[in-house]
Structure formats: structure tokens, C-alpha cells
Design a protein around this ligand. Structure first.
Ligand code: NAD
Length: 238
């Protein structure tokens, strides 16, 4: 596969290593310093673009890839206000877009576990739920995209919660997500249920960015023979 990386920061560099290990060619590494090279004609030279930039530029980058008619894999978080527009490009203009708030295979198992646990928690009285996430201090958005996906999975399945809020709840129906920023943490997420007598907690802790990078390259490979709006549920047959 010929790959263009859009965003050559921490994730872009990690993805490059895994892509090369898996026998792919990284033709372009677009970033702000070489933005003049980020053209439709260059994009047309690759089989897929992998985009890890920042919330404010992600959607514009996707539009450029759609114009070049190439599949896009994106892990940038914090752009979901444009989700319906992206889905409409896939449906109406036959574009291919693969998004995951978290490309780690372990986190995607954790998403399933979260939903199962939330469903089970309906069977007992007296538990309240909380989500905690910790990331490195350079992370631009809070809560993390992964924490939001976890919150959505919990709310879908746990009757006592019907929306999530940052930090402070005004009533019991609100699920609180607490965000912490600490040096060098690649990603730590905990779902915590508390009653008067005990706690039940499940945690996923990423050791490095390698797991996210591998998932993104697998998604790029998957995008070569699948089309439309794709997610990890399409890639992983859990
Ligand atoms: N989905 C996942 O599995 C996953 C995992 C880790 C990080 N992320 C997300 O991916 C994004 C990037 O993370 P990172 O850790 O690599 O950040 P980073 O800050 O290290 O790298 C981002 C890079 O994008 C570049 N950039 C910014 N605007 C650009 C533009 N318009 N065009 C081209 N390049 C541009 C920056 O100069 C920088 O080099 C963040 O939104 C982060 O939350 C997602």
C-alpha cells in the first residue's frame, strides 16, 4: 500500500514505523511545515491517507482526501461536530472513511466489556457510575474521545444515566467524566461503580502509542477492500 501520513507528530511517527514493518510505502508525511505539498495531485498518488492532526484541522483534511477520491483513516479526536457531514460524503459521494476514537485492539475489547458490565449493573440497586481518564499534558481535547465512547456505551446500557458531563453533575442522571493531565501518560481509562459498601472498577492502561498505531495501519489495510463509513466494529469481529 502507498500511504500518505497527514500529521507527522507523535502518532504519525509511530504509524510510519509500523507501516514500514508491515511492508507498506510511506510516500508523504504532510505536516504544517510542508503544507504546500499537501495537494490533491499528491494525494491521488497514494492508496490511503492516515490522518492524526488536531481537532481544528481534521475535517478540512478529510475534505481534501475526498476530493482526491482516496480512503481516509483518521484517529484525530474532538472533530465530531462534523460527523454527519462526513457520513453524508460517504453515503452520497461514495467516499471511504475509517474512524476510531481509539485504534487499540485492547481498548476495543474494553469498549465491549464496558457495555456488558453496564447492562449487568442494572440488576443491582445502589450503584453510581463515574469515568476517569488520564492523558499526557499535550493532549488538546478533554474529555478524551475514548472516554466519550465509553460514556456513550455506558449510557446506552445503564438505566440510571442518560447523559454525560465534564466534572460536575447537577443530578443523578448525569454521568461524570473526570479528566486528568499528567506528563507522558499515553492513555488511562477507568470505569468506576460505587455503592455504600464497595467499588467495582475496570481499567485499560496503554503502555505506549504502538497499539494505536498498529490498529490504524490495520484499518488502512481494511479500507482497501471495504467502503463507506467504517469503524473498529467492522474490522474486528467480536
Ligand atoms: N484514535 C486513536 O487511537 C488516537 C491515539 C492517539 C492520539 N489520538 C489523537 O490523534 C491526534 C494527534 O495526536 P498526536 O499525539 O500525534 O499529536 P501531536 O501533536 O504529536 O501531532 C499532531 C501533528 O499534526 C500536525 N498538524 C496540525 N495541524 C495540521 C494540519 N492542518 N495539517 C497537517 N499537519 C497538522 C502538528 O504539527 C503535529 O505534528 C489527537 O487528536 C489525539 O487526540 C488518537
Amino acid at each position: 500500500m502507498k500511504i500518505a501520513l497527514i500529521g507527522y507528530g507523535k502518532m504519525g511517527k509511530e504509524i510510519e514505523k509500523i507501516a514500514i514493518e508491515r511492508g507498506h510505502d510511506v510516500l508523504f508525511k504532510f505536516d504544517v511545515a510542508n503544507s504546500d505539498d499537501f495537494t490533491i495531485s499528491n494525494l491521488k498518488k497514494v492508496d490511503v491517507a492516515i490522518e492524526f492532526t488536531q481537532p481544528s484541522s481534521a475535517y478540512k483534511n478529510y475534505l481534501k482526501c475526498f476530493e482526491a477520491n482516496i480512503p481516509v483513516v483518521s484517529g484525530t479526536t474532538g472533530w465530531l461536530n462534523d460527523l454527519l457531514n462526513v457520513k453524508s460524503h460517504c453515503e452520497n459521494n461514495k467516499q471511504t472513511f475509517f474512524y476510531a476514537s481509539n485504534f487499540s485492539l485492547g481498548v476495543n475489547l474494553f469498549f465491549k466489556l464496558n457495555k456488558k458490565l453496564a447492562k449487568l449493573m442494572n440488576k443491582v440497586e445502589g450503584y453510581d457510575a463515574l469515568i476517569l481518564e488520564t492523558h499526557h499534558t499535550e493532549k488538546k481535547d478533554a474529555p478524551s474521545g475514548t472516554a466519550i465512547t465509553l460514556a456513550e456505551g455506558l449510557i446506552e446500557n445503564f438505566r440510571k444515566k442518560n447523559n454525560w458531563v465534564k466534572e460536575n453533575a447537577v443530578n443523578d442522571k448525569e454521568l461524570v467524566i473526570r479528566s486528568y493531565r499528567e506528563d507522558k501518560v499515553p492513555g488511562l481509562h477507568t470505569i468506576k461503580y460505587e455503592s455504600d459498601v464497595d467499588y467495582i472498577e475496570i481499567t485499560h492502561s496503554a503502555k505506549s502509542r504502538k497499539g494505536f498505531a498498529l490498529g490504524a495501519v490495520l484499518a488502512a489495510e481494511f479500507s482497501q477492500n471495504h467502503s463507506g463509513f467504517l469503524t473498529m466494529d467492522d474490522l474486528l469481529d467480536f
